[in-house]
Each structure stands twice: as structure tokens, then as C-alpha cells.
Design a protein around this ligand. Structure first.
Ligand code: AMP
Length: 217
């Protein structure tokens, strides 16, 4: 399968689309946000450095992120294809990633840009809930992603939680950080004919079908 880079502002639906692609094709899902939250839960040095930056909606350093990615994509599990959710987020990360791909003899695949405005993303983030056990993402205001029982995971039957950085204040900062530092990647990949833009406000199955066409063409 083609490797996928999901490029999108926070709360555009990267996590939900990744879940659907993992289910359909067995991709390995690599979310740098999840890798960092894991480091925080395990109280590692990286976790300690990342925690305060993430709480403020700021980016973690390029070197830390690239070393986490390098370790993860070198694993055999990634050989049949992987989805990058939240990486690269800066031009420096994209350049270091190109070098890494070259060293590992892997192909970049395609870049999918999920397009969303700040107001819609903010509404989504503030009503987004996650399962602490399986990581599934829900939204109580969206017909196609709300849980069957309010506040409870459909699969694990445990109480859903909200991410610490999904508050209105932090979310605004995260969105602005994205626009300043990550948006230049749009042109970077467009120029290389790798980027495909999809409207993130469409229903999740419509988005999935468009992505399937891109992956299978
Ligand atoms: P996410 O789960 O993708 O929304 O990421 C949550 C937070 O983790 C971000 O707001 C950043 O603080 C940090 N983070 C995740 N991925 C990266 C990255 N590629 N570069 C820098 N910081 C990142």
C-alpha cells in the first residue's frame, strides 16, 4: 500500500480517517501526538519536556519528533504501509523525513490535506471525546461519530474522556501554530505533485471513498 501523510489542522479528522484506513487496509497508524502522550504517561525524559509545550498548544522540537518517527518507521510492522498522522508539521521535519526515507529506501507515498476552517475545527475539538482504552475518537454533536450511549465507548464500554489540549483557549493556540508552521508544507508537497485536497466537512464515509480512489488509482 502507498504510505500516507495526513496533513491537516487540529480536529480536521485525521484520527478518524486513520481508524477507517487501518480497518480497511491494515495500515500501521503513526500519530506523533499519541507517541508523545505515551511518553508523558510513561514519565520519560521526552514526556517531561513535551508535556508543558503540549499544554500550551506549542510544538515539540523537530529533533525529538524526528527521532520518535525514525524509531517507529524502521519497525517491520511498517513495511506494508503506514499513515503519518500529525507528522511532518514543519519544513525542517519534512526535509529530515525525506533524508530518513532515502536512508531506509522507502517511498513517501501520497499527502492528503484535510481542509477545515478554524470555527468548525474549534467546535469539533471542544466536543471531541476519546476512549482512554482503545483510543477511538467520538464527537457528541456529529451523527456519524457520536457514541451509541452518551459518554461511553461503543467497543470498550468505558467512560470517554476529553484531551487536556482540546479546551477553547489551547485549541486556538494550536490552530494558529499550525497555520504559521505547518501550512507552508501545503505548497511544499503541492509543488512535488504529491498533495490531494479533501473537504474535511464532508461525511466520514464520503471522505473515506475519495481517499480509497486516490490510494487505488
Ligand atoms: P495531535 O494529537 O496531532 O493534535 O498533537 C498534539 C500535540 O502534540 C501538538 O499540539 C504538539 O504540541 C505535539 N505534536 C504532535 N506532533 C508534532 C509534530 N510533528 N511536531 C511538533 N509537535 C507535535
Amino acid at each position: 500500500m502507498k504510505n500516507v501523510i495526513l496533513l491537516a489542522p487540529p480536529a480536521a479528522g485525521k484520527g478518524t480517517l486513520s481508524e477507517l484506513l487501518v480497518e480497511k487496509y491494515g495500515y500501521k497508524h503513526i500519530s506523533t501526538g499519541d507517541l508523545l502522550r505515551n511518553e508523558i504517561n510513561n514519565k520519560t525524559e521526552i514526556g517531561k519536556q513535551a508535556e508543558s509545550l503540549m499544554k500550551e498548544g506549542k510544538f515539540v522540537s523537530d529533533d525529538v519528533i524526528v527521532s520518535l518517527i525514525s524509531k517507529t518507521i524502521s519497525d517491520n510492522e511498517c513495511d506494508k504501509g503506514y499513515i503519518l498522522d500529525g507528522f511532518p508539521r514543519t519544513i525542517v521535519q519534512a526535509e529530515k523525513y525525506d533524508k530518513l526515507l532515502n536512508d531506509l529506501n522507502k517511498d513517501i507515498g501520497i499527502v492528503i490535506y484535510l481542509d477545515i476552517d478554524k470555527e468548525t475545527a474549534m467546535k469539533r475539538a471542544c466536543s471531541r471525546l476519546n476512549c482512554p482504552k482503545c483510543g477511538r475518537i467520538y464527537n457528541k454533536y456529529s451523527e456519524d461519530t457520536k457514541p451509541r450511549l452518551e459518554g461511553i465507548c461503543d467497543d470498550c464500554n468505558v467512560k470517554l474522556t476529553q484531551r487536556a489540549d482540546d479546551s477553547e483557549e489551547t485549541f486556538g493556540k494550536r490552530f494558529d501554530e499550525y497555520m504559521n508552521k505547518t501550512m507552508p508544507l501545503y505548497d511544499h508537497y503541492k509543488k512535488r505533485n504529491l498533495l490531494f485536497k479533501i473537504n474535511a466537512r464532508e461525511q466520514k464515509n464520503d471522505i473515506l471513498n475519495k481517499v480509497i480512489k486516490l490510494l487505488e488509482q
